[in-house]
Design a protein around this ligand. Structure first.
Ligand code: ATP
Ligand code: MG
Length: 590
């Protein structure tokens, strides 16, 4: 490809409002342009990256027995009604009517089409297992499209679906996907960790997410280098605390502390409504405090019972955490078995007789859920009296408290699996795998006859990978101040051939010769033949980030070009006869 003819509109300025480095660099390097919120055009170089990712995915899916096909984006509403998702999904599903007034949906994923197809074409256990996949556009009216191509309203996904005779057979299909996914991310040069998904936590079916570390990531995980444990901060099991409670340390050290944590006393704390403020006031660390949150539980069974017939009745519950811990909303939702929200100031007042800021568990008539760590120690908590806190508070004063794991895990916590140190990372989800079981096959009637001639629902799995997220994650993980540093396997081109002076006949002739020879050697070459200043060309080459740069300049008369390794920045002069071999080595294709 000649740069003089290629649509590669590089720009100096970051796009307005962009925060993610991958967003900035993809726009600046001329890979993408935004047409509307969360809707992107892939320019030629950007599309080449997606194609290379697709090729790798295809090879690995084929290697585990996948059969590639293509399912339509436009779907009749019926199949979404049969699965129950027409009603279960809100604004994220694009809906439209055809000219006859029939309801249609734009597929956000393809379980419905797969199950519809299986219901018609799979009849016998002899046809199973099946593994179907496609690489197709998905449409989702995301509430907050953001971070360039990381969260868009239209994107390309590889989604595969396993069809099996039993739960055990599903486990095998699932395990094969784990192998394929590991290969896909490794080959794309993206480091991704497999973490257990929410659904397992919520008592639903098993799922795992693949998380790639990225500063622009929306999720936070903790992981352990010792044993490989990795989990979302909201789902990670809290390990035992390493340090004893402040009250025990204080008691062991003897007198001399300003505040006696063991003494049950009410102390004035004027104006100090937050943990930080009271901690400052008492000169104690945040972990010496017990914080009390009042939440409103939304219409669960327990509250519906209390209120008689009203299924949407709400009730208040107190949640206790140590002062330095954050609530895992997911864990609390699981403990409550219902959705909840923070109570409003009025609700707190009505439930506890005091405004937020001085709420404490001693005493309270509310149901209480307390984080396990509070089992041990004496703490400072709100005194249920304006401008006052109470010392010496223990869970023994709160007999109704249910103890459970409620806090987010964080870096520095002991690993729940091996007691190593957890590290924290921001991540983006680049893929996930789900054991669907018969969630779709039962309502949609996808049945088969087993060996005994008995009708059974097909046991399914579904497995997704976002292509753009792999591209963006690769950039998040591999870049420097000058631009992108592509993993060679997914770079738009293998070689960026830079002709320093287009007006120099010797240089131009050698560059043309190399362009032809390297392409003949099977390399993807971008030839910057533009009549522009060398400085601009070098900047563009670094920004675009192809793994190898070949510079034809001063030493052209001797038949020597300069070879630059984009990743290390290392340069050396190489006689043109040796260039193809040197490039193969640099690209790791020796
Ligand atoms: P998220 O939690 O990030 O919204 P999801 O759980 O909705 O993702 P799935 O429906 O399982 O994702 O889709 C599978 C894969 O498709 C994801 O792992 C991700 O790589 C990609 N993906 C999902 N939503 C988007 C999006 N809006 N833009 C780009 N890629 C996406
Ligand atoms: Mg989503």
């Amino acid at each position: 490809m000649r740069a003089s003819q290629l649509l590669l509109p590089t720009v100096k300025e970051d796009p307005a409002g962009a925060e993610a480095i991958s967003h900035k660099l993809m726009v600046r390097a001329g890979l993408v342009r935004q047409l509307a919120a969360g809707v992107y055009v892939y320019l030629p170089a950007g599309w080449r990256v997606l194609q290379k990712i697709a090729a790798i995915i295809r090879e690995e899916m084929d290697a585990i027995g996948g059969q590639e096909m293509l399912m339509p984006v436009i779907n009749p509403a019926e199949i979404w009604q049969q699965s129950g998702r027409w009603d279960a999904i809100g604004g994220e599903l694009f809906r439209l009517k055809d000219r006859k007034g029939a309801d249609m949906a734009l597929a956000m994923t393809h379980e419905e089409v797969v199950t519809w197809l299986a219901a018609r074409e799979v009849h016998s256990h002899k046809q199973l297992p099946q593994l179907w996949y496609h690489i197709q556009t998905k449409e989702r009216d995301e509430a907050r499209p953001k971070s360039g191509v990381l969260r868009t309203r239209e994107f390309i996904m590889k989604d595969s679906y396993s069809l099996d005779v039993s739960e055990e057979a599903l486990q095998e299909s699932y395990a094969r996907h784990i192998t394929a996914y590991e290969c896909i991310y490794a080959r794309c040069g993206v480091e991704a960790m497999m973490v257990e998904g929410d659904s397992g936590m919520m008592g639903g079916s098993v799922s795992h997410e693949y998380m790639a570390h990225a500063d622009a990531g929306e999720d936070e995980i903790v992981f352990c280098r010792e044993c490989g444990y990795a989990a979302n901060v909201d789902t990670a099991l809290a390990g035992a605390d390493r340090e004893p409670p402040v009250s025990e340390v204080q008691a062991a050290a003897g007198a001399g502390s300003v505040v006696d944590l063991l003494a049950d006393e009410v102390k004035p704390t004027p104006g100090a409504k937050t943990i930080a403020a009271v901690a400052g006031f008492f000169g104690l660390p945040a972990r010496a405090f017990m914080k009390a949150l009042v939440v409103t539980v939304e219409g669960d069974e327990a509250s519906a019972g209390d209120g008689g017939a009203g299924a949407s009745a709400e009730r208040q519950v107190m949640v206790l955490l140590r002062g330095d811990h954050e609530l895992s909303e997911l864990k609390l939702r699981k403990a409550l078995g219902a959705e909840f929200r923070l109570a409003t100031a009025d609700e707190v007042f009505a439930a506890q007789g005091i405004a937020p800021g001085y709420v404490g568990p001693a005493p309270t008539t509310l149901p209480v859920y307390a984080d396990e760590v509070l089992r041990r120690g004496h703490y400072v908590a709100g005194a249920n009296q304006a401008g006052h806190h109470r010392t010496g508070v223990t869970l023994a004063m709160v007999p109704q408290a249910t103890l459970c794991d409620l806090r987010q895990a964080r870096a520095g916590d002991p690993c729940p699996q091996c007691a190593g140190d957890l590290e924290g990372a921001r991540v983006i989800e680049v893929g996930n795998i789900f054991q669907l079981g018969t969630k779709y096959s039962e309502p949609m009637g996808a049945m088969f006859l087993d060996e005994a001639g008995k009708e059974q629902p097909i046991v399914m799995g579904s497995y997704g990978i976002g292509l753009a997220r792999i591209a963006a994650a690769a950039i998040e993980q591999h870049h420097d101040d000058n631009g992108i540093v592509w993993p060679p396997s997914i770079a738009p081109f293998d070689v960026h051939l830079v002709l320093v002076r287009a007006s120099d006949e010797v240089q131009a002739a050698l560059a043309e010769q190399l362009y032809a020879e390297l392409a003949a050697a099977g390399l993807d070459v971008l030839f910057d033949d533009r009549d522009m200043s060398p400085g601009i060309k070098f900047k563009d080459a670094d920004l675009l980030g192809c793994p190898a740069q070949v510079v034809v300049g001063k030493r052209a008369p001797e038949g020597v070009a300069e070879l630059k390794d984009r990743a290390s920045g290392e340069r050396r002069d190489v006689p043109v006869a040796e260039l193809a071999a040197a490039l193969r080595e640099l690209l790791g294709r020796g």
